[in-house]
Design a protein around this ligand. Structure first.
Ligand code: ASP
Length: 584
């Protein structure tokens, strides 16, 4: 038996018991005649004590030679501590050691295994197994486990069946590049790793599984943006014989369950907003609604004066910053510099102070009188003491810029509280999205998403205006889930591929299996997938998803611990019938 107890469970109740503990040496303090050692395992820390009077000379000597992170086993008696530590669950006791076995020694770790470590991110990634010994990382992994347990419990209770789908598949175009895997047995042919189990879950519906879920790895070979992982985990779900409303209810239920069980937060029915309204009011399809500062469109009240900048703009739009009239001129100038940074790209910013006496003072007083400015305040819902910030230009650009400013200001004002949760459904996304690069329409969600009833005809005349039965679940400004009601008949699916620019041959080659399946009685179906990594991070009140992944990749998509990706040797290449060529 390696241990009778773990390092987190002994208390005053155990005083005088003989115990055996095992773990890692967190630190030791050697006063010569007395040595204290903090022994650590997953469950906590227990203080060990060795002293000249009560510990044998041999054990004393062993204790003197213990280094950080040595793995040891001790036998001893639980005694009351002279100076108690109320901040530690085991702080009332210590273990007077009579026997010490060194199970393994350890070289000095490259960073301190403390809650606040001196190790930089890259170093911690390289020695992730040491990082995992630290409470913040360990606790995040335990937290993630709790979330996935709750997901499984809830969905199982609701009648969902967890089914595994294959990892070695064929490309499904979902916007990103596939990771490909050469097949040794099929010379010159490749599998692709799934970007999501999308087509398989639809086939499970054709197969009559009715309610499916899977906590599943997905792979996307995207250019890495901050805090994206090339492999990530989804809670992937699909249901048959449902309408959109059923899906929203089912997964609102799941989210509410998680918020309650994990965070102890009860949330009312989730608000819903149309995609078009989200863009108009927040400039963003994943608005953070923990705070207001909704956009006010000012074209009507700000154009047709003599201010050319506004007159020439497609959109003039502003937000009221609560209490912003306190900002000094210098602070406002800094804000203007902030929106002009290349990352944001605004050409400038007009502002208007809302004074306590009800008067206004704007940066464009030359063109606008008090009555005009009062209208600006009305449209942006600005109160006395606020500052109205206004941007203008091309609609999409200006919305994105003001959205960035809104988030930045909310952050500065402390309005993005990590322990406040504001979920929101964003509904009726456009079916198609214009891609500048390829100069054609792409499916905004994926090609299996159904258009809103009665809109399929519009595809011919105004494809950009067609809305989809697609929805996203947004939490605190992050998209945590997205899904749609699917097309479930061969004819519509073929039409959709046609509009997306697939020839019938290409459609058949890539998705013949799905269209074939649709001929054998496909039920109406739809689903959703949650990004588990992000969901866990948000529920945990944190920003970085890497902190909730046991072995994450760095920002360049590398695993710096195992040093992957890496070249393979010529033999392997040959076996796979591959030749590396630098000529493209
Ligand atoms: N497969 C989709 C995705 O990964 C989710 C869904 O439509 O259910 O975004």
């Amino acid at each position: 038996m390696y241990r009778s107890h773990n390092c987190g469970e002994l208390s005053a109740l155990n005083i005088n018991e003989d115990v055996t503990l095992a773990g890692w040496v967190q630190k030791s303090r050697d006063k010569g005649f007395i040595i204290w050692v903090d022994l650590r395992d997953r469950y906590g820390i227990t203080q060990l004590v060795f002293d000249e009077e009560r510990t044998s000379k041999a054990v004393m000597e062993q204790a003197q030679n213990l280094g950080r992170e040595f793995v040891i086993q001790v036998k001893g008696k639980v005694i009351e501590r002279a100076s108690k530590n109320p901040n530690m669950p085991t702080g009332d006791i210590e273990v007077l050691v009579s026997e010490l076995t060194i199970l393994n020694d350890a070289i000095l770790p490259p960073f301190t295994i403390e809650d606040k470590t001196d190790g930089g991110e890259e170093l911690r990634m390289k020695y992730r197994y040491l990082d995992i010994r630290r409470n913040p990382v360990k606790n995040n992994l335990i937290f993630r486990h709790k979330v996935t347990q709750e997901v499984r419990n809830y969905l199982s209770k609701e009648g969902f069946i967890e089914v595994e789908t294959p990892y070695l598949i064929k490309s499904t175009p979902e916007g990103a590049r596939d990771f490909v895997v050469p097949s040794r047995m099929n010379e010159g042919q490749f599998y692709a790793l799934p970007q999501s189990p999308q087509t398989f879950k639809q086939l499970l519906m054709v197969g009559g599984m009715d309610k499916y879920f899977q906590i599943v790895k997905c792979f996307r070979d995207e250019d890495l943006r901050a805090d994206r992982q090339p492999e990530f985990t989804q809670i992937d779900c699909e249901m048959a014989f449902i309408e959109q409303e059923d899906i929203l209810n089912a997964f609102e239920g799941l989210t509410r369950h998680l918020l309650k069980e994990i965070n102890g937060v009860e949330v009312e029915k989730f608000p819903r907003i149309l995609y078009d309204d989200a863009m108009r009011l927040y400039g963003n399809d994943k608005p953070d609604i923990r705070f207001g500062m909704a956009f006010g469109e000012l074209n009507e009240v700000a154009q047709h004066k003599d201010f050319g900048v506004f007159n020439n703009a497609e959109l003039v739009v502003g937000i009221a910053v609560p209490g912003g009239n306190n900002y000094t001129r210098k602070e406002i100038d800094k804000l203007i510099d902030w929106v002009k940074r290349p990352q944001i790209g605004a050409l400038g910013m007009v502002y208007c102070r809302c004074n306590d006496d009800g008067s206004f003072k704007s940066s464009v007083d030359k063109f606008y009188d008090q009555d005009d400015l009062a209208k600006w305040a009305e449209v942006t819902d600005a109160k006395a003491g606020d500052l109205i910030c206004i941007l203008s230009g091309e609609t999409n650009k200006v919305r994105a810029q003001l959205s960035a400013l809104r988030m930045e200001l909310a952050e500065r004002l402390g309005l993005r509280k990590p322990n406040e949760f504001a979920p929101l459904w964003v509904m009726d996304f456009p079916l198609l999205e214009w891609d500048e690069e390829t100069e054609r329409y792409h499916a905004m969600h994926h090609p299996f998403t159904s258009p809103k009833p009665g809109q399929i005809e519009l595809l011919k005349t105004d494809p950009g205006a067609v809305k989809a039965n697609a929805y996203d679940l947004v939490l605190n400004g992050n998209e945590i889930g997205g899904g749609s009601i699917r097309i479930h008949d061969k004819k519509t699916q073929a039409l959709m591929f046609d509009y997306l620019g697939f020839t019938p041959e290409e459609a058949k080659a890539q998705f013949g299996f799905l269209m074939d399946a649709f001929q054998y009685g496909a039920p109406p179906h739809g689903g959703i997938a949650f990004g588990l990594d992000r969901l866990v991070a948000i529920l945990g009140g944190q920003e970085t998803i890497r902190d909730f992944i046991a072995f994450p990749k760095n920002n360049a998509g590398r695993d710096v611990m195992i040093d992957a990706p890496a070249p393979i040797d010529d033999e392997q290449l040959k076996e796979l019938s591959l030749k590396l060529s630098l000529e493209l």
